[in-house]
Design a protein around this ligand. Structure first.
Ligand SMILES: Nc1ncnc2c1ncn2[C@@H]1O[C@H](COP(=O)(O)OP(=O)(O)O)[C@@H](O)[C@H]1O
Ligand SMILES: [Mg+2]
Length: 261
């Protein structure tokens, strides 16, 4: 199956700042030769680790697609001086000024999907997808999909994963690396932890399937050169991580089973 290359779109109209988001992403209408669409845009200047954070967003979204999970289309959003000049909210204009060049955008999936709420009940039709999201977060080491911060979009028969800037932070070196029994402790806070606990066996099979479908190099190949250079450390650690995961799939499954005990 051929994948569409990542599009670069140009920021054209400021709509609003998204409420609730920690990194205050912007909803912008952006255009390319195919017309104009709305995107949620994370600015380089507003994420904790600049391009490293945006690389995590980009690579995690690519891996989600390889695993067959829904995630909004990723685009690169070019912010140009002419656009910055049209923005009247001072706070956002200043950040856009600092973020000229390429930023991370995701296609606005609302109103088809809605933001998952903190106490939203999981209907039985979404249980398998929820388990897949749980395993995906294990493999990308994403600590940021918790009941108080679901970072999911949902509709009747689908879940879409968003907000991965805190995932893939292997350059932030945590000691749990050495001890497989501690690899997945962070998942105890996951929004679907208790659900996954009820269906351990399936988790193992999902993990094996995902591990076989991930090709991180082909995602990295789509990054803009400037991002690859700026985040070289992080990318090298991401490559090492997936080599380890693919070489030690049984340890990964055992680690998952252990955290769900
Ligand atoms: N592609 C998208 N489509 C629709 N809504 C989105 C999309 N991306 C983000 N959002 C909404 O914006 C909010 C903030 O985005 P998020 O990526 O979680 O940023 P933050 O890192 O600041 O939490 C989300 O909780 C969600 O409600
Ligand atoms: Mg969020």
């Amino acid at each position: 199956m051929g994948r569409m290359p990542v599009r670069t779109v140009t920021a054209m109209i400021y709509i609003k700042q998204m409420s609730g988001g920690r990194t205050k992403p912007l909803l912008l209408a952006c255009g390319d030769s195919q017309g104009s669409q709305e995107f949620i845009v994370k600015l380089t200047s507003r994420v904790d680790m600049g391009l490293k954070s945006l690389v995590a967003e980009f690579v995690a979204a690519g891996i989600a697609r390889q695993a067959g999970l829904m995630t909004p289309e990723t685009v690169l959003v070019e912010v140009l001086p002419d656009f910055v000049g049209t923005v009247t909210i001072p706070e956002d204009r200043v950040e856009l000024q600092k973020s000229q060049g390429l930023n991370f955008g995701s296609l606005n999936l609302t109103p088809g999907y809605t933001t998952w709420l903190r106490n939203q009940a999981l209907p039985s039709e979404l249980r398998t997808l929820a388990l897949q999201v749980f395993v995906f977060d294990a493999l990308i080491e994403n600590p940021d999909r918790r009941p108080e911060k679901p970072n999911l979009l949902g509709k009747a028969d689908d879940l879409a994963v968003i907000d991965h800037e805190l995932a893939l932070g292997f350059d932030m070196a945590l000691s749990r690396k050495d001890d497989p029994s501690k690899w997945y402790d962070f998942l105890k806070d996951h929004i679907f932890f208790s659900d996954a606990r009820k269906r351990k066996t399936d988790v193992r099979q999902i993990a094996m399937d995902f591990i076989g479908s991930i090709d991180v190099e082909s995602v990295i190949a789509e990054l803009p050169t400037g991002w690859s250079l700026a985040a070289k450390d992080r990318l090298d650690k991401i490559r090492d991580h997936f080599k380890m995961v693919q070489g030690r799939a049984t340890d990964v499954c055992d680690g998952l089973m252990r955290v769900l005990e």
